[in-house]
Design a protein around this ligand. Structure first.
Ligand code: IPE
Ligand code: IPE
Ligand code: MG
Length: 257
């Protein structure tokens, strides 16, 4: 069982309120994507089974969602389970895929009262039915919210997404009279899971690895990357705010000068 930690409480220190206010002023990234890595190593360091790291990682999700709401980030995409993670031992997979249900069971009321809209990217079909149902319930009950869009990337793989998009677009070219001349980056993007969502401005990866691991390959063409050795269960609002501060200082040129 997950132990509920406060989502929003009134006991924030003055310092953290102050810090957060600074970041809402300007140049806050609209879309932050996070590769939440390092759960297994966090557990191993403590002599615990890997799944203990995944369980602890949920506390970080709660903290970072809360921080993103406060900072007025518009979209937060969390890499929860990749198409490659099916290679892991079955009990670990089952444990990870049960977590969304537990998280939503505990925090959906808080998310709703904070105007958060839940969405997913990835192939939901192969998920356990109970996980799918819990997520669909959360999507249905938050669809009218217009605060933070919280995207869970579950059973997500960028190459699969791009191939699928290409197949669907080719079908429209063959069957629906879509002309090749109409195909451009914007139109192609509409076939991706992220249709309608702005590309990530900032991508954070915890856990020390410096790679994308098949995450948002198309969408991160001009994303700013921020890496930290901190393992996901140890990742806190402080590091999140620090990443946002670094982002504010980057100069994005998009190929210009
Ligand atoms: C990230 O932590 C969570 C998932 C991939 C689901 P890991 O489980 O990859 O943790 P490490 O990288 O082995 O420490
Ligand atoms: C990326 O982490 C996937 C998620 C965080 C869900 P991995 O731990 O699976 O990535 P690799 O295997 O180290 O590249
Ligand atoms: Mg990992």
């Amino acid at each position: 069982m997950l132990k509920k930690i406060p989502f929003f409480n009134n006991k924030q220190s003055k310092a953290s309120i102050h810090n957060t206010e600074r970041y809402t002023e300007d140049n806050t990234p609209d879309h932050v994507a996070i590769i939440m890595d390092g759960n297994g190593r966090w557990a191993k360091k403590r002599g615990m089974p890997r799944v203990a790291g995944h369980k602890e990682g949920v506390s970080s999700v709660v903290k970072i969602v809360k921080a993103a709401v406060k900072c007025k980030v518009k979209v937060l995409t969390l890499y929860t389970f990749s198409t490659e993670n099916w290679k892991r031992p079955k009990p670990e997979i089952e444990f990870i895929l049960r977590l969304p249900k537990g998280f939503l069971h505990m925090y959906l009321p808080d998310l709703i009262s904070n105007n958060v809209r839940i969405e997913t990217i990835g192939d939901m079909e192969n998920l356990p039915a109970t996980t799918r149902e819990a997520i669909q319930y959360a999507i249905d009950h938050t669809q009218d919210n217009d605060g933070l869009q919280l995207n869970f990337a579950i059973n997500y793989g960028s190459r699969h997404e791009i191939l699928n998009a290409m197949k669907e677009m080719l079908t429209d070219i063959n069957d629906a009279g879509l002309s090749l001349d109409d195909v451009d980056e914007q139109r192609f993007s509409r076939y991706l899971y992220t249709a309608g969502i702005p590309d990530p401005d900032l991508l954070i990866r915890t856990g020390g690895e410096k790679r994308l691991s098949n995450f948002l390959l198309w969408q991160s063409a001009y994303t700013e990357f921020w890496f930290t050795d901190v393992l996901w269960p140890d990742f806190s609002e402080k590091e999140f705010l620090y990443a946002l501060e670094e982002f504010r200082q980057r100069r994005r040129r998009y190929g210009g000068i």
